[in-house]
Write a protein that binds this ligand. Structure first.
Ligand code: IMP
Length: 421
């Protein structure tokens, strides 16, 4: 005991990788519990920059155990390549376990993802990593799980069965079939590479909790992309709110202590879907350039806008966030004034509730509070007292609006550009 959970509170890309890296200073274990390699967690250590997609962000600390939990959808080829790339840069990856219950993503899932995006009525703007189709197979009880990585004969049989099923769908849709023989060679190589890491991780985590070790569950994406609570259908296919950590890692609710909510000082979104505070002017462009807002996984430019306390407040409420980690405050340093969306005007009615319908949210007009900017660099701040008064006022108002306490402020990409309150 205990386990802490860290989640994104917006539409992803809040800077979770960096925060996890900072918080792993005093933890024994980091567990990924949902999502897959649609995530891109950036960690900068000294002059080295790493982007992790599937591997938990505790991998850079030699004494931290890292678990790819059962709730994850894992592309075995991507995972092997990520492990090899880290090992080639001198990172010890022996401290990793992959759940035997993880759902595996194959080439046919990625192809089905692309097909859906190209043909369906509603384009989601997915990362193209096969996430939706893999979770669909899981729910449909025809997914292939991590345990099969240890059993090549059974893995091959299941892979060919499922692959053939998808090939029939591709044929019907008039797109090229996958060459299952060629794909199997790649899968077989990855399976042999990953097999030693496969374990019954719920027991590993339970033993750690019983021994009094500190476990940190690392969320991917963000609360507004949650399959149930996000801006459906423009969401990812997993539970990105903190509650998802229980089934996704295999831990009981009583084990949870703190929920960290990572929150960017402004808002970004990649892919399609409503975004009430999106800016299409030079301020939006300034945030994109200053904040280097280009996707870590796909390189896509991120949509940028003002902080939205209605949308973020909803996800913070659902996750029971008690500690906020505010990131990228420094990106706003040059803005003469800053705005916070405190409510929406939906067809003439003021509301502070996030509507269920994406169409209704699309029509929401943000109601802003405007505050003076601080026009001072915050990137060297080492404590709350180092921040200009206007930045303190902005953060205090933000925290008040979403109803949680600020525990950490991050003012730049490096480990040392972070301070606790
Ligand atoms: P999928 O998860 O690839 O199916 O994509 C569904 C939606 O979630 C799209 O809008 C993606 O842009 C978004 N998304 C998925 N993963 C991330 C992430 O790690 N950061 C930000 N957005 C993401």
């Amino acid at each position: 005991m205990p386990a802490d959970i860290l989640v994104g509170t917006q539409w992803g890309d809040e800077g979770k990788g960096k925060l996890i890296d900072v918080l792993t200073r005093d933890v024994d274990m980091v567990v990924r519990f949902q999502g897959g390699n649609n995530a891109g967690h950036t960690v900068e250590i000294g002059d080295q920059k790493y982007v992790l997609h599937l591997i938990p962000s505790g991998i850079f600390r030699p004494n931290v155990k890292n678990i790819v939990g059962n709730g994850v959808v894992a592309d075995p080829i991507g995972l092997m390549e990520e492990l090899k790339a880290l090992a080639a840069r001198g990172i010890d990856v022996s401290n990793l376990e992959i759940s035997d219950r993880v759902q595996l993503i194959f080439a046919y899932h990625k192809k089905a993802d692309a097909l859906r995006e190209s043909k369906a009525g509603v384009k989601i703007g997915t990362t193209g990593r096969g996430i939706g189709p893999a979770y669909s197979d899981k729910a449909n009880r025809c997914g292939i799980r991590g345990i099969e990585l240890r059993n090549p004969a059974s893995l091959e049989r299941l892979f060919r069965e499922q692959g053939e099923k998808y090939n029939r769908l591709f044929e019907q849709a008039g797109v090229e079939r996958l060459d299952l023989d060629a794909e199997w060679q790649k899968v077989a190589e990855a399976a042999a590479y990953l097999a030693p890491y496969v374990a019954n991780t719920a027991y590993t985590i339970a033993a750690a909790l019983k021994a009094g070790q500190k476990v940190l569950c690392e969320g991917a994406q963000g609360g507004l992309l949650d399959i149930d609570h996000g801006t459906y259908p423009f969401v990812t296919s997993s539970s990105t709110v903190a509650g998802g950590a229980c089934p996704g890692a295999g831990i009981p609710p009583q084990a949870v202590r703190n929920v960290w909510g990572v929150i960017k000082a402004y808002t970004t979104r990649v892919g399609e879907g409503p975004f009430p505070t999106e800016l299409f002017d030079e301020t939006g462009e300034a945030l994109r350039q200053e904040g280097r807002e280009f996707g870590a996984t796909t390189g896509r430019p991120r949509r940028c806008g003002w902080f939205d306390a209605v949308a973020s407040g909803y996800s913070i409420m659902l996750s029971g966030v008690n500690l906020l980690a505010v990131t990228k405050l420094d990106v706003m340093d040059k803005l003469p004034e800053v705005k916070l969306c405190v409510a929406y005007d939906i067809n003439g009615v003021r509301t502070t509730e996030l509507p269920a319908s994406a169409e209704v949210l699309e029509a929401a007009k943000p109601i802003y509070e405007t505050m003076p900017g601080w026009l001072t660099s915050t990137s060297g701040a080492k404590s709350w007292d180092d921040l200009p008064a206007a930045a303190q006022a902005y953060l205090n108002r933000l925290a008040e609006l979403v109803g949680a306490r600020i525990g950490i402020v991050s003012v730049g990409p490096r480990r040392d550009q972070t301070f606790e309150l």
